[in-house]
Design a protein. Structure first.
Ligand code: NAD
Length: 348
């Protein structure tokens, strides 16, 4: 019997890679898994029992098929046998802008009653993987999950854990809430932060820094749409600022959609720092990473850590999980401090 029954909202690239790797791990060894076991839970203990989306290419399909439906362009790692989990119709509470319209075609199906559906499927943890632009929808799902007594992990940039009304709901219902905005395993935010921490530790003073990125997957349209709202920019900047105890000039931005990159992201990072006797250090980093593969390790760790929080009857925002595995936790901290707190929490 599964030990962790999860539902996923948003059957996009991150969900596709997640489902594929969960299946692959049942058949064979996969290189690069960070924690085969975490706090007594193996990755194989995670079972997806429900899935929701709003795109007509996904709703009504078995999850094994929906993960390969367009516009998803995550790399195919394995065939997935029929799961018996049919993607149900969620709710779209946000207007589609000119960019999101290019990657989302809403289904005309009637939305499911989410609270009833979560209860019927016995979902314990709902993992929010919907498009970043759909911020009102993410809030709605978090409220409905609380109503159903289900823990919530917000992997999107929507303000959910940082929304004090939603945080209070989870506290009152006695269930954990984790997020916001999953921190990719080796993405530009983590690399940027770790270089800044190294410079700070070794006595350099950061003067200014920027990180610019381009990508070729559907979420890139969302990031570009969010650009006008400045949300993603603020989240990344505040996450990176937490690398040092002092403030410095920082800019982060998604620049463009580059179709031939597919499910990869290119980032350019620039750092200016001063060290001994006014000597200047200038660092340029250019990186290319697979995007949705980058979500798997943090995601399976967040799910198991949330289950551990449930076992311990913890409720409301769990900062030990959020600060380590997410870009926009209620209390951001350096990578080192966040890592220490996380493992202390797991090993308690
Ligand atoms: N490395 C990563 O992949 C990574 C890292 C950090 C954060 N995230 C976040 O995870 C989320 C998913 O990323 P992705 O690359 O899979 O995106 P994606 O665009 O490939 O998939 C998003 C899915 O959500 C669906 N959707 C949109 N609005 C919805 C709604 N209201 N209800 C239900 N479904 C809805 C879309 O139809 C699509 O299937 C994004 O918010 C992204 O910012 C991903």
């Amino acid at each position: 019997m599964a030990k962790i029954r999860i539902g996923i909202i948003g059957v996009g690239n991150a969900a596709s890679t997640f489902v594929q790797l969960l299946n692959l791990l049942k058949k064979e060894e996969v290189s690069g898994i960070l924690h085969k076991e975490l706090g007594g839970y193996s990755i194989n203990d995670i079972e997806i029992v429900a899935a929701y989306d709003i795109d007509k290419s996904k709703v009504g399909k078995d999850l094994s098929k929906a993960i390969f439906a367009e516009p998803n362009n995550a790399v195919k790692l394995t065939d997935v046998p029929e799961t018996g989990v049919i993607v149900e119709m969620g709710e779209l509470k946000d207007p589609l802008g000119p960019l999101s319209k290019q990657v989302i075609t809403p289904s005309s199906e009637k939305p499911v009653n989410l609270v009833d559906s979560l209860k019927e499927h016995g979902v314990e943890i709902l993992v929010n993987l919907i498009s970043g632009f759909a911020m009102k929808s993410s809030e709605y799902y978090a409220e409905k999950a609380a109503e159903a007594g289900v823990a919530f992990i917000n992997c999107t940039p929507a303000i959910v854990v940082n929304n004090s009304d939603i945080a209070k709901l989870y506290k009152a219902r006695g269930i954990p809430l984790v997020g916001d905005d999953l921190l990719s395993q080796i993405g530009s935010t983590a690399l940027h932060k770790s270089v800044l921490e190294l410079l700070d530790e070794r006595g350099a003073k950061i003067l200014s820094s920027y990180a610019l990125d381009v990508g070729g997957n559907p979420e890139t349209f969302s990031s570009l749409e969010l650009r006008s709202r400045n949300v993603k920019r603020r989240i990344k900047a505040s996450s990176i600022r937490a690398a040092t105890p002092y403030d410095f000039a920082i800019a982060t931005q998604s620049m463009d959609y580059v179709d031939f990159l597919g499910d990869q992201r290119d980032a350019a990072i620039h750092i200016e720092a001063e060290f001994l006797a006014g000597g200047r250090i200038s660092i340029e980093i250019k990186m290319r990473v697979p995007d949705s593969l980058n979500a798997f390790n943090p995601l399976v760790d967040a799910i198991r850590a949330t289950k551990i929080a449930m076992d311990r009857k913890l409720s409301g925002p769990i900062n030990e999980i959020s600060a380590y595995l997410f870009k926009n936790p209620p209390k951001p901290m350096s990578l080192r401090e966040a890592r220490e707190n996380f493992y202390r929490f797991i090993n308690q």
